[in-house]
Design a protein around this ligand. Structure first.
Ligand code: HEM
Length: 434
């Protein structure tokens, strides 16, 4: 199987800090809970402090170990934050504390609907479940990251006050610190449960979790989940490439990995880039389309915009991605003498979620009608390299009353041109409503 192109998402330093922070958090939570000897406040039950006292020898040692880990945790984070202020800390804070109220509220609403209600129900309601494009972190991640950062600072500060309570000799301040320490740990821990669930258990998040070990995510994942970050990286990549070429005056060769760091990508989000006006959609015959695809099978994308039923039961080009531009309603249209068709409101978004605006895309339907409209929609939406397969998958009708084949689609088209086609279904190519 072809390996997907990968994009750098996290630096090794950031990965180290994340897992160091995680290890400290769980250790501090465990030892901290072991210090709660009031049964009314103990969240785990009294067996936990007893176990912790046994493990660490005595409550006093447990307190020393808890405090030592707290100092280590806060100390390493502060040192890291200062040493890598410009390259890691400030870009991270800028990313986490930047909001686009309209998109973020929209994202939260749609995400909570998609996570709680079945897709079929949403479709029946006519709800558009397309999530707005997100930057490096989506708003859900930011809603955890902000309390984690601010809460972490308050937990550390209140912890210091408690540790030096004797020297401070200010009982009021110490009591406030105890309250703040407990309340914020509880609050952040609640968010942490959601964070761990979303990162390690929720469906489809595997690549993000792996990126917290390897630093890399597949390009398709980045394009789908963090479109604004991805587009910014692409623009940045192209700008750098053109700059490099103008210096070297050589031809580029395609690389397998894109190594722009999120930091530099974040900085160019605001760069204005003028978009070229959409060009008229060019056409190609199915036969020529296949010849072109054979020349560049890894680069040329074929989209079959027919309904999933046509794709499944009539057959399809072996490499075609089924992204329907219309669905068939089982309602009779008396004028047209056919079933009524309903536009897929998410067509463009679905194509965007799978492909880049500058990908070479050929669009095919049954015999060229729907694909003309779909190719135009894509071009108007900013795709710059879209071609319509004019005779489609089934081709034109035979018009010969004498022939047994009269009225059958056998004149041209992908299926009749000798190009490969199949009834077989590949999960990565089919349309899925789930
Ligand atoms: C087993 C525990 C944990 C797992 C599996 C986990 C997983 C992850 C993953 C996969 C990401 C990267 C998301 C992306 O690239 O988009 C991430 C990011 C992050 N993690 Fe964790 N994490 C854990 C514990 C923690 C803890 C204890 C904290 C702090 C209290 C924390 C704070 C963050 C922050 C601030 C980010 C960046 C923003 C975000 O994605 O929410 N994580 N984590």
């Amino acid at each position: 199987m072809m390996k997907p192109r990968m994009i750098r998402r996290h630096s090794t330093k950031a990965i180290f800090l994340h897992w160091f922070n995680t290890a400290c958090w769980f250790f501090l939570l465990g030892t901290g809970a072991g210090l709660i000897d009031n049964p009314g406040l103990q969240p785990l039950g009294m067996w936990w402090p007893r176990l912790m006292h046994t493990v660490f020898g005595s409550p006093e040692t447990l307190l020393v170990v808890h405090e030592a880990c707290g100092f280590l945790w806060a100390g390493i984070i502060v040192i890291y934050g200062l040493v890598f202020l410009r390259t890691e800390t400030l870009p991270f804070l800028k990313e986490v504390f930047s909001f686009s109220v309209r998109d973020d509220v929209h994202w939260l609403l749609i995400k909570s609907l998609v996570m709680t209600l079945p897709t079929r129900f949403l479709e029946k309601m006519g709800a558009d479940s397309t999530l707005p494009d997100q930057p490096f972190y989506n708003v859900g991640q930011k809603l955890f990251a902000i309390p984690a950062v601010l809460g972490g600072a308050l937990i550390a500060a209140s912890g210091f006050i408690m540790a030096f309570s004797r020297a401070l000799n200010d009982p009021g301040l110490v009591q406030w610190s105890i309250l703040i320490h407990f309340a914020i740990v509880g609050f952040v821990t609640a968010g942490l449960l959601v964070h761990v669930f979303m990162a390690a258990i929720a469906k489809g998040e595997g690549p993000a979790l792996r990126s917290m070990f390897t630093g890399w995510v597949p390009e398709g994942f980045a394009r789908h989940h963090n479109r604004r970050w991805y587009d910014a990286m692409m623009r940045k990549g192209f700008i750098s490439l053109f700059f490099l070429l103008s210096l070297l005056q050589v031809c580029p060769s395609a690389g397998g990995q894109i190594t722009q760091s999120p930091v530099s990508a974040v900085n160019i989000v605001s760069t204005q880039i003028s978009e070229p006006a959409p060009k008229p959609v060019p056409g190609v015959s199915a036969k020529d389309a296949y010849e072109k695809w054979k020349d560049e099978p890894d680069k040329l994308i074929i989209i079959d915009c027919r309904t999933p039923e046509e794709y499944v039961y009539v057959g399809h080009a072996s490499m075609a991605h089924n992204i329907p531009s219309q669905f068939m309603e089982h309602v009779w249209d008396e004028n047209k003498k056919e079933y009524r068709m309903r536009d897929n409101p998410n067509f463009v978004e679905m194509v965007k979620s799978k492909f880049k605006l500058d990908d070479a895309i050929f669009v095919m339907c049954r015999s060229g009608g729907r694909s003309t409209l779909s190719a135009r929609k894509l071009t108007e939406a900013g795709f710059t390299n879209v071609v319509n397969i004019m005779d489609g998958f089934e081709g034109a009708l035979v018009r010969d009353p004498e022939s047994y084949f009269d009225g059958k689609r056998l004149r041209n088209g992908w299926k009749n041109s000798g190009a490969p086609w199949t009834y077989g279904l590949k999960p990565r190519l089919i349309f899925r409503a789930d």
